[in-house]
Design a protein around this ligand. Structure first.
Ligand SMILES: [Zn+2]
Length: 184
């Protein structure tokens, strides 16, 4: 027994054939030209709606794909940025630690010593007049890495103002004056 031939699909078997030409089930009978015309209009509109829905879904799928790609790219960039910061931290920390070591050494004989000039003693980097220059390479800066991102990860980071970064560390003697290291 043939199935109902309704163009939008029907799983009813054509059990109520009105005549031998009909291949429609009882629900989908079109007995008059008016019904025929109405059905054609309905089917036509339904197909257009379906096409529009498919087009919308396709567009949305493309947007979702682009958004996912952009998110993945953003995540990769942010991961890379974090990795770059991690590479700078030990290098810059070493510069700061070296100043702290030199100041501590000098304080054994010059208790007021600090970074910079200390009378006739060798000049220690990191004073107000000989700031340590901390530079982010252009390539790394392109990942949005800023000096402040690195400095905040280094012990004793005190303040960053007008391009001047200050680190403050306690001296070995636990004394007196903090060791101040100026960078820019
Ligand atoms: Zn049917």
């Amino acid at each position: 027994m043939p199935m109902c031939s309704y163009p939008l699909g029907c799983e009813n078997f054509a059990i109520k054939l009105v005549n031998m030409q009909s291949s429609r089930c009882a629900i989908h009978q079109v007995n008059t030209p008016q019904l025929q015309k109405a059905e054609e209009a309905f089917v036509s509109k339904h197909k257009l709606d379906e096409e529009a829905r498919i087009a919308r879904e396709k567009l949305q799928a493309e947007r979702d794909k682009l958004a996912a790609a952009a998110a993945a790219k953003q995540l990769a960039r942010s991961t890379k940025r974090a990795e770059i910061i991690e590479l700078y931290v030990p290098k810059w920390s070493a510069l700061i630690n070296d100043v702290v070591r030199q100041v501590n050494d000098l304080r054994a004989t010059v208790p007021t010593a600090n970074a910079g000039k200390n009378g006739k003693n060798p000049v220690i980097p990191g004073g107000l007049e000989n700031e340590i220059v901390l530079t982010i390479s252009g390539t790394d800066a392109a990942y949005g890495v800023k000096a402040g991102d690195v400095c905040r990860r280094i012990a004793g980071f005190d303040v960053s103002d007008s391009g001047v970064v200050k680190f403050r560390r306690a001296s070995n003697a636990g004394d007196r004056t903090n060791i101040l290291i100026h960078c820019r």
